[in-house]
Write a protein that binds this ligand. Structure first.
Ligand SMILES: [Zn+2]
Length: 193
């Protein structure tokens, strides 16, 4: 039986869903794509199915992921973008051969280049291009950092008020609320004594 891996957290934005495959970066980090096959799984559920993945390709994916994380974090803070991160994102962007195709139903899909050897690179190029459009501010939304101190993930806030605090309500948001609730309870209990 294959070991159980941490579940994926899938958001609506490809680039930040990808950076979310490593969560709790400032706490007990959770690696959600620890093996090449797990990256294959993640790409499949993200509309970028590839046939196979090598260890070197997984390492390249991690490198791109951390570059996007660094650049998106800097963008959210209005800091200058780190040059090395920009370089990795750009390299990944132009090393792939992916094409957007329109389905008869009017949806966009990605067709990755032929030959399984290159398709992880093709998938990474789609993710890199998505990151570029988000960081460049082309899309309707705002890059922000998760308010959870152990997370601090960069996420793309598309709420109308642009005041979202957490990368995900179900995880970081609830955890923060629970922590505050417990702290208040402790405070109340000690003041009652
Ligand atoms: Zn978070």
């Amino acid at each position: 039986m294959s070991p159980r891996f941490p579940d994926f957290r899938l958001g609506k934005v490809l680039a930040t869903s990808f950076t979310g495959t490593l969560s709790e970066r400032h706490g007990d980090a959770v690696e959600r794509i620890p093996t090449p096959n797990r990256l294959v799984d993640w790409l499949a559920v993200s509309g970028l199915a590839v046939e196979s993945c090598t260890t070197a390709q997984l390492e390249r994916a991690w490198e791109l992921r951390e570059a996007i994380h660094a650049a998106a974090t800097a963008a959210a803070r209005r800091d200058p973008l780190p040059g090395s991160a920009v370089q990795i994102i750009n390299e990944c962007s132009f090393q792939g051969r992916a094409a957007a195709v329109l389905t008869p139903e009017g949806n966009r899909q990605w067709r990755l280049g032929l030959g399984s050897a290159s398709s992880v690179e093709d998938a990474l190029s789609v993710i890199a291009a998505d990151a570029i459009s988000v960081i460049a501010g082309e899309r309707d939304g705002k890059l922000a950092l998760c308010a959870s101190p152990t997370c601090q993930a960069a996420f793309f806030d598309t709420s109308q008020s642009r005041t979202r605090k957490w990368c995900e309500m179900n995880t970081c948001g609830n955890r923060q609320k629970k922590a505050r609730f417990n702290a208040n309870n402790r405070k109340n209990a000690s003041s009652a004594r």
